[in-house]
Ligand binder design. Structure first.
Ligand code: ADP
Ligand code: MG
Length: 727
């Protein structure tokens, strides 16, 4: 019998790199050529229209609808000139991906004529049938309408022959059905509060935004091997598979030279990024074999998130071209590092001042400490919610091991900033912050080395890294809007509280800067418990975190409760980011997605074990039995046992694993039958977490043990050692 796995492995190993089609030109010559950016607007829009659009983009001013027709006309001409035939509103429903429905520019006139049509009305608003997108009960089927509305702050772009227009997605009754709407609201909230506080510091009129630099980690697997793994195809992760004897122990993959096949993929990917104005900057091998990272230069959060979603989709199509499949799942392989999407988040002014950047003067450093203390307090007060924003079925496999942060939120500040705060607690006046240090290396040809004022702590979920916080708990497949919206919102709320307290102090006669300094000290004092610089994996930390009142819940469905806690309703209500109804619906959607993902995993595992694994294990067991029978025939009933003892042991081991997995598959199937009729709310999600997940793990352990016992020639699925090493 031909083993399909052997064929696929042979094919994969024989593959040569497919040379990238990226041009030999300098990047600057084609950067953003498929984006309706300023260069395109200069060519296709008149000056008045441009001025209005820039106001909207830069200052968040409401768009004057009368210019929409002008913009649409210019945008259409530009798109047609680049060969586009269709347009779509491009939006981000709560299922985590992006959605688009293409309409042709072509509009028939009479019987045999047509013109290209696109109006301001079509640019600004559309009404896709929303009934199949998750809404968490917000929409009954009889009022299935949903509307998409143009977001002028993120530029339109062309992919293939389609003009894509970034939009928000809302229900008939005006509730957010997507990720972008609350993100934009949260950016407005943080902008408002920050500008007000800056004005109190003597910096009026600043325009503020939140900024984001994500780092996208991913795995690449050869496409032929991928197709041999139904679990990868259907669930994006391996549900079975014994760890390879060599994986990442030697730490020889991290930053190592990039395999030639992968290098060509990366070149093409970057080419696609640059055409779409995605500022890809860094590429490297990650820690696990076949794991890689791409990081761009940071941008305003809204744009950065659109770019990340675009990247995830062009990664898939580019990988296809190179004979790879890209895995964005947080833990596609057990036992090696998972993939995250570190979110480097900061707030700053359009004039270029980073509010998490220490400065040179006392004034600048007071501003720095003030925004730091407020952020820490916001994270402390809302640590359970911040964690809920990253808890998904897939990310829960990653958190808590292999360099990923644990599922307890704390913040690492680094020695300098930590000691500045400690000193502030003791002092009445402003304190000094140690700047960057210079070290002489004692090597004459090498100049002095300037080191940052923070060290690194790879496992901290929310680490300060010099001018930003790096939220590392976010998963690689996530729409990071979920996390960034919460960061912006909790900070906006906290800043409002801070401003109120400062104003009270001023009313009682305090100087504004003195009031800010005193309130900064009090704010930090109240949230010190969130700061932790040690090992996040240790049992001592778990006990200590509990004592400090931090949320230690690790069940995904239970964490979702926080979306409608009294505190969350207050924070989101006051800032106007999400209403109670919207929060409730999000929670319902997350439970529903959790149930669906686990149901698919469980059913896939049942099929795999029943149809792929057990038949092979039985076939091998029969070969062994035949062998024992033959030995008995030749050596006689008295002597054969001595010779056949290890085969007989093996038969027993195999029999035990077969029986155990079959019994548990029966249990699982019975449970799934019940859950199929139980709805997809909290109770079902909790049962999936408490009962189904442990069964999946236990069944896996028996099958992984069989993998080591059964003849390699017969094993039907590509093994970890075959999936994980691209040359
Ligand atoms: P790491 O050392 O954590 O792997 P990388 O260099 O891969 O860091 O990525 C750091 C990310 O942080 C980049 O996207 C970078 O543009 C971004 N970044 C730098 N400064 C800021 C800032 N002030 N605000 C937000 N993001 C920032
Ligand atoms: Mg990082």
């Amino acid at each position: 019998m031909v083993n399909a796995r052997f064929d696929a492995v042979q094919k994969a190993n024989a593959k040569e790199p497919i040379m990238a089609t990226a041009p030999g030109k300098e990047t600057s010559q084609y950067y953003g050529c498929n984006v309706f950016n300023r260069a395109a607007m200069r060519k296709y829009l008149d000056e008045d229209t441009r001025r209005t659009i820039y106001e909207t983009i830069e200052k968040g001013a409401t768009l004057d609808k009368s210019i929409a027709d002008h913009v649409a006309a210019g945008m259409k001409r530009w798109a047609l000139d680049l060969g586009a035939t269709h347009y779509t509103h491009w939006f981000q429903p709560l299922n985590g991906g992006t959605a688009e429905k293409h309409d042709s520019f072509s509009d028939p006139r009479g019987r045999d004529e047509s013109i290209e049509k696109f109006s301001g009305k079509l640019l600004c608003q559309q009404e896709p049938d929303a009934s199949s997108f998750p809404s968490g009960g917000l929409r009954n089927t009889f009022e299935a309408r949903g509307y998409t509305a143009w977001d002028p702050s993120s530029p339109a772009f062309i992919i293939g022959d389609v003009l894509c227009i970034p939009t928000v997605f809302i229900s008939f009754t005006g509730e957010a059905l997507d990720y972008k709407t609350p993100l934009l609201r949260s950016d407005a909230a943080v902008t408002k509060a920050t500008s007000e506080l800056l004005a109190l510091m003597g910096m009026p009129g600043e325009v503020v935004h939140s900024y984001l630099g994500w780092e996208q980690e991913y795995f690449l697997v050869d496409k032929d091997l991928y197709l041999q793994r139904p679990d990868l195809v259907l669930t994006d992760r391996t549900l079975l598979g014994h760890v390879s004897s060599r994986n990442q122990q030697l730490e020889d993959h991290y930053f190592a030279s990039i395999p030639p096949r992968v290098m060509e993929f990366m070149k093409d990917l970057e080419f696609e990024c640059y055409k779409l104005g995605i500022p890809a900057k860094t590429r490297h091998n990650e820690v696990a074999p076949n794991q890689f990272e791409l990081a761009p230069v940071y941008e305003t959060s809204n744009l950065a998130i659109d770019h990340n979603l675009l990247l995830m989709s062009i990664m898939k199509s580019t990988a296809e071209k190179h004979g790879f499949e890209v895995l964005l799942h947080e833990k596609p392989f057990a036992g090696v590092n998972g993939s995250g999407k570190h979110c480097n988040w900061s707030i700053g002014t359009e004039s270029g001042i980073g509010l998490f950047s220490p400065g040179k003067t006392d004034g600048e450093n007071l501003r720095f400490l003030c925004f730091m203390a407020n952020t820490l307090k916001a994270v402390y007060d809302n640590n359970a919610l911040l964690k809920a924003s990253v808890m998904t079925a897939s990310n829960s496999h990653r958190l808590g091991a292999n360099e990923a942060p644990p599922s307890i939120i704390s913040s690492f500040l680094g020695t300098q900033v930590h000691s500045a705060f400690e000193e502030l607690l003791k002092s009445k006046d402003m304190v000094k912050i140690a700047g960057k240090k210079g070290y002489s290396l004692g090597i004459p040809q090498v100049p002095e080395l300037i080191v940052d004022n923070t060290d690194r702590n790879r496992t901290s979920p929310f680490a300060f890294t010099g001018n930003r916080f790096e939220f590392r708990a976010v998963g690689s497949s996530a729409n990071c809007s979920g996390a960034v919206t919460i960061l912006n919102t909790i900070l906006a709320y906290q800043l409002e509280q801070f401003i109120d307290a400062v104003k009270k102090k001023i009313a009682k006669g305090s100087e504004p800067l003195r009031a800010i300094l005193d309130e900064t000290r009090e704010t930090y004092r109240a949230c010190q418990a969130i700061c932790f610089d040690g090992n996040g994996y240790s049992d001592e930390w778990k006990a200590e975190a509990k004592k400090r009142g931090l949320d230690c819940e690790s069940s995904v469905p239970v964490c979702m409760d926080e979306y409608t806690s009294k505190r969350t309703l207050e924070v989101f209500g006051k800032t106007g980011v999400l209403t109670k109804v919207e929060l409730q619906s999000r929670k319902e959607v997350f439970w529903e997605i959790y149930c669906k993902k686990l149901a698919i995993e469980a059913k896939t595992l049942c099929d795999l074990v029943t149809n792929h694994i057990i038949p092979v294990a039985i076939r091998y067991q029969n070969i062994l039995l035949e062998n024992v029978k033959n030995l008995k025939e030749i050596y006689g009933a008295k002597d054969f046992k001595k010779i056949a003892i290890s085969q007989m042991d093996l038969i027993e081991l195999i029999a035990n694993d077969i029986t155990a997995s079959e019994t548990e598959i029966d249990d699982l199937e019975a449970l799934l039958d019940k859950l199929d009729d139980a709805g997809e709310g909290r109770d079902t999600a909790v049962t999936y977490h408490d009962k189904v997940v442990p069964l999946l793990e236990s069944i896996r352990s028996h099958v992984d043990s069989l993998e080591l016992l059964v003849d390699d020639q017969m094993w039907p699925l590509p093994k970890y050692r075959e999936l994980l090493f691209i040359h």
